[in-house]
Design a protein around this ligand. Structure first.
Ligand code: SD4
Length: 331
């Protein structure tokens, strides 16, 4: 049964990949080459986006090693990036919007299918923890702006100045340069943390948190707080999370798509590749666009893929926490 399923999966994927490859003219075989096969599956597993995912993985792993849940692990993991001022794309130290305000998007989803999120939240160091409270204490999924701030303050969070002198200086510099409106994600050093994990019990959870695109329009919300776009978890199947240009991720509902593709038999690697390929097929991909995905399935098998080179992901498995360059679709 397993090999038949594998055969169907491979044939389907091979046919689709070949079709896309001839249509877009990129190297045929690229997609097939990076597919992870015959790997030994290991739990627990933590996979997250970018270099700063390493320290987030560390915190998440420790919680699971001590018997904690995947849900606690993903929250506490990304809390590390939120508090690190040198990560200029998440929480404290995040680059502000065009008006000079640091506005944060975050979400969390657990193995029970429950989820919470906050959008355009200001002054709170740990937006993902507010998202968790939205999930646990309200009948809602998302709170935004002043309402999210009020909810956070009512629940014991304190106001913090998130704009570091470095981020303020970068914003002032951007203003000097004519304030041309060209927000970019994932370019240079701007990068959301998305982290998904599977614990000893096989429970899966995920979290995603960001200050969004640097110098974005006031009020702009990206994919990171949108369940199905920036993050999706289905405990029977797996989880996926996104980084990069949120508009592209939202238009293609990338994380949900990846989980659905895994449900239909693809490995996490195949599913990440197909989601990026689908993006290329369905929306306009401009020159500077970058999108990256990471995913894990119920067996602890992982995948990562991006549209362009440069995306890195951190994988903690079998007591080793390592950074990898993700394979990508086009130069
Ligand atoms: C957003 N996806 O707000 C985020 C930004 C990001 O790497 O991931 N940057 O669109």
């Amino acid at each position: 049964m397993g090999s038949r399923r594998n055969f169907i999966r491979k044939s389907l994927f091979g046919a689709l990949a070949a079709g896309f490859a001839s249509r877009y003219g990129y190297a045929s075989g690229l997609i097939e080459k990076s597919v992870i096969q015959n790997q030994e599956f290991i739990k627990p597993t933590v996979i997250s986006t970018w270099f700063h995912g390493l320290e987030a993985n560390e915190a998440a792993w420790k919680i699971m090693q001590d018997g904690g849940s995947a849900l606690d692990a993903v929250e506490k993991g990304v809390n590390v990036s939120e508090a690190n001022p040198s990560v200029n794309s998440v929480g404290y130290g995040g680059l502000p919007d065009a008006s000079g305000n640091v506005t944060l998007d975050a979400c969390i989803m657990g193995s029970d299918g429950n989820a919470g999120s906050v959008a355009c939240l200001q002054h709170i160091l740990h937006p993902v923890s507010v998202a968790r409270l939205v999930m646990e204490k309200t009948p809602h999924l998302m709170l935004s702006g002043d309402g999210a701030l009020k909810f956070a303050l009512d629940n014991g969070f304190r106001k913090t100045n998130l704009l570091t002198p470095e981020a303020k200086a970068a914003w002032k510099e951007w203003k000097k340069s004519g304030s041309s409106y060209a927000p970019m994600a994932n370019w240079e050093n701007h990068d959301t943390i998305g982290l998904v994990a599977i614990d000893h019990n096989g429970s899966i959870a995920g979290a995603c948190t960001t200050s969004g695109m640097a110098f974005k329009h006031q009020g702009r919300v990206g994919d990171s707080p949108i369940i199905g776009a920036g993050l999706y978890v289905d405990n029977k199947v797996g989880a996926a999370t996104a980084t990069g240009e949120g508009e592209a991720v939202m238009k293609t509902l990338g994380s949900f798509l990846i989980v659905e593709l895994m449900r239909n038999g693809m490995s996490p690697q195949e599913a990440c590749e197909m989601a990026i390929t689908r993006l290329l097929e369905t929306i306009y991909v401009h020159k500077n666009m970058q999108v990256g995905y990471v995913a894990v399935n119920k067996a602890g098998e992982t995948g990562a893929f991006s549209l362009k080179p440069g995306f890195q992901y951190a994988l903690f498995q079998d007591n080793e926490n390592k950074l990898f360059d993700a394979p990508y679709l086009m130069d």
